[in-house]
Ligand binder design. Sequence first.
Ligand SMILES: Nc1ncnc2c1ncn2[C@@H]1O[C@H](COP(=O)(O)OP(=O)(O)OP(=O)(O)O)[C@@H](O)[C@H]1O
Ligand SMILES: [Mg+2]
Length: 345
Amino acid sequence: MRFSSEQLASCTRNYSSELGSGGYGVVYRGDLPNGLPVAVKVLKVSMNKKVQELVRLYGFCFDMDTKALVYEFLENGSLEKYLYGEEDGKPAARLEWKTLHGIAVGTAKGIRYLHEECQQRIVHYDIKPANILLTGDFTPKVADFGLARLGERENTHMSLTGGGRGTPGYAAPELWMALPATEKCDVYSFGMVLFEILGRRRNFDPCHGESKEWFPRWAWERYEQGEIDRVVSCCGDGMEKADREKAEMMCKVALWCVQFQPAARPTMSSVVRMLEGEMAIVPPVNPFHYVMDSSSSGSSSSALWSGSYQSSRDTTAGRNSELSVSPAAKSTDPIIEDVTRADAP
Ligand SMILES: Nc1ncnc2c1ncn2[C@@H]1O[C@H](COP(=O)(O)OP(=O)(O)OP(=O)(O)O)[C@@H](O)[C@H]1O
Ligand SMILES: [Mg+2]
C-alpha cells in the first residue's frame, strides 16, 4: 500500500498525537479510512539532493501474497547486455569507449553517494553489470541497493547466512571467506566491473584460454611487464591518445579496487577523482598474491585460482577453507599507506 503525504497527514489528524520517538524518527497515532488503527513512523532520512546515479524507487506492494518493488523504468536495460550479452548471447550493441567511460564514472558516483553522501551509509553488496541500468542516452544508474538485507536469495547468489554475500566473480574475498565486510567490498566489485568494461567480457571466462581466462590477472601481468598497452587495446581500435590515457587510468584504478586487503582499496570518492583524472594514481601493487605463486609460472596459480573460484561459486560452500592468505599479501602495507595519503584531499 502506498500513502501520499496528504493521506498520512489526514489519518494522523495532522500529526497531532505523538506516541514517542526513536533513532529513526517520531511515531504518531493514526486511523486509516477503514478504521484500522495505525502507528506512523516518520523517518528522519532525507534525500538532500536528487541523485541522478541511482534507480528511483516509486513504490512498493506489501500484501500478504504479493511483495513487490516498483522502480523507474530504464529504457536501455542493464550494462551486462552491452558488454557481453545476457545468457552468453551477443552484446546488444557495441558502445563507444567514451560512453563506456561515462558509464564507469557515473556508476562510481552512484556508489560514492551510497557510501559517503547519504545519511546512513549503504553497502550495496551486489555491484555487477546486471545491477547497472542505462537510460535512453546511456546514463548509468545503480539498481538494487539496500536489498542485501532481505535475506536468502536464489542460488545464483551466495547465501547471507552461510557467510557469503554478493554474486560469485564480483564478491570480494572477505565476503566469501566470511571475514568482516565493509563498504570496501563494493569497491572490489566495482573494480571487477571496470575490468569487464576494459575487456568487454566477463572477468572470468574459460573460452579465452588459460592465460587469459581470468582477465584481471592477465591485466595485472601485462601491467607488471610494462605492457599496459595490450590491456588498453582491448577497449577498441584506433582510439585517440586521450582515450587511451583514460583506459590506462581505468586499468590502474581497477587494479587498486581489487586489492586483497580492503584497507588497500581506495574510497569511492578517490575512485571518481582518479577516473576523472583529478587525482594522481600511485602505481598499483599486485592484487593477486593470494592466488599467485610468485616462484612459479602462471599455470599453477591459474589452477589455484580456478579452484578458489569454483569453491567461491559453490553456493553451499559459502566459505573457502583451502584458501590461505600468503604473507606476501601483507607486504603491501607501506604502499597501502601511500594510498591512504593519496586518499587525503
Ligand atoms: N528499472 C528497470 N528498468 C529496466 N530494466 C530493468 C529494471 N530493473 C531490472 N531490469 C531488468 O531486469 C533484469 C533482472 O533484474 P534482477 O535485478 O532481477 O536480476 P540481476 O540484476 O541479474 O540480479 P540481482 O538479483 O543480483 O540484482 C535486469 O538485468 C534488467 O535487464
Ligand atoms: Mg538486479
